[in-house]
Write a protein that binds this ligand. Structure first.
Ligand code: ADP
Ligand code: MG
Length: 259
C-alpha cells in the first residue's frame, strides 16, 4: 500500500529545487565552496563522498538549518537569497516545503510515538489535535507502526524510530525530502526496513535528496548521483555510469573503498 495514499488530499505537489553558488565557512574553514545543484521535481538524488566533504552541511543549507554565507535557493518560483537576513515568513515557508530526516532520528524522547508525529503538525500547521492524530495514525500505519502509537521512542528499535521520523516529516506534507545518512546508525537488517519505506516514497514521486553510503540504494533507486569531496561537487550524473566508469580520481578512490 502506498505511503502517500492515506494523505493524498492534503499532499503538496512535488517540487524541484535549485541551489546556486552556495558557499559556507565556519570561521576561516571553508566547508562549501560555490556549490550548485539542480534537482528535478519527483527525482531522487543520491549524494556520496568521503566524511568531512560537506554533505551534511550542504543538506542543512537547503532548508536553512545552516545559513549559507552566500548563494540562492530556488524552490518552484520562489527564490531565497542567502547571506542576508531572511524574513521569518520565508524561513517558515521553506521549512514547511522541505522535510528532513537525520541519521540520529531526533525524536522527542518524552513524547509517545503518536505525539511525536502530531506535535509538529499542531505547532507548525496549527492543526487541531484530532486532525493531527488522525493524519499521524494514517502515516504510522503506512510505515507499519500503527501499533506503536502509544509507545515511547525508547521502546522502539532504531529502524522503527527512523520510520517514525519519516512519518513525522511526511505529516507536514513536504514537497521535497532530505535524508542525511538515514540508515548509518542502524544494523543492516533494520536499515533495510527504512530503505524500503524510502524506496516506496521515491516510487510515488517524492523529490528526495539522500546522503547515503548505501550504494545499492544509490544505484537502484536514485536518478542522479552526486559525488562531493573537499567542499565541492566533483562529479555528478547517471548513477550507473558513475559507479562503473567514474571520471575523477577522487571518485574512483571513494568507490573502491565503499563498493
Ligand atoms: P560530511 O557530512 O560530508 O561528513 P560535514 O558537512 O558534516 O561533512 O562537515 C564538513 C566540514 O565542516 C567538516 O570539516 C566539519 O568538521 C565542519 N563542520 C561541520 N559543522 C560544523 C560546525 N557547526 N562548526 C564548525 N565546523 C563544522
Ligand atoms: Mg555528514
Amino acid at each position: 500500500m502506498a505511503v502517500l495514499d492515506a494523505v493524498a488530499p492534503q499532499e503538496a505537489t512535488h517540487l524541484g529545487v535549485d541551489l546556486e553558488h552556495i558557499s559556507k565557512r565556519f570561521g576561516d574553514h571553508t566547508v562549501l565552496d560555490d556549490v550548485s545543484l539542480h534537482v528535478d521535481p519527483g527525482s531522487v538524488t543520491a549524494m556520496i563522498g568521503p566524511s568531512g566533504a560537506g554533505k551534511s552541511t550542504f543538506l542543512r543549507c537547503i532548508n536553512l538549518l545552516e545559513r549559507p554565507d552566500s548563494g540562492i535557493i530556488r524552490v518552484d518560483n520562489h527564490e531565497i537569497v542567502t547571506g542576508r537576513r531572511i524574513p521569518a515568513r520565508e524561513l517558515t515557508a521553506l521549512r514547511r516545503t522541505v522535510g528532513m530526516v537525520f541519521q540520529s532520528f531526533n525524536l522527542f524522547p518524552n513524547m509517545t510515538v503518536l505525539r511525536n508525529v502530531s506535535f509538529p503538525q499542531e505547532k507548525i500547521l496549527g492543526r487541531s489535535r484530532e486532525e493531527a492524530d488522525a493524519r499521524s495514525l494514517a502515516l504510522l500505519d503506512r510505515v507499519g507502526l500503527k501499533d506503536k502509537a502509544s509507545s515511547h521512542p525508547a521502546r522502539c528499535s532504531g529502524g522503527q524510530q527512523q520510520r517514525i521520523a519519516i512519518a513525522r516529516a511526511l505529516a507536514l506534507s513536504p514537497s521535497i525530502m532530505l535524508f542525511d545518512e538515514p540508515t548509518s546508525a542502524l544494523d543492516p537488517e533494520l536499515g533495510l526496513e527504512v530503505l524500503a519505506v524510502m524506496r516506496e516514497l521515491a516510487e510515488e514521486g517524492m523529490t528526495m535528496i539522500v546522503v547515503t553510503h548505501e550504494m545499492s540504494f544509490a544505484r537502484d533507486v536514485s536518478d542522479h548521483l552526486v559525488v562531493m569531496a573537499d567542499c565541492h561537487i566533483i562529479e555528478q550524473g547517471d548513477p550507473h555510469e558513475i559507479m562503473t566508469d567514474p571520471k575523477e580520481e577522487r571518485t574512483k578512490r571513494f568507490l573502491r573503498a565503499v563498493l
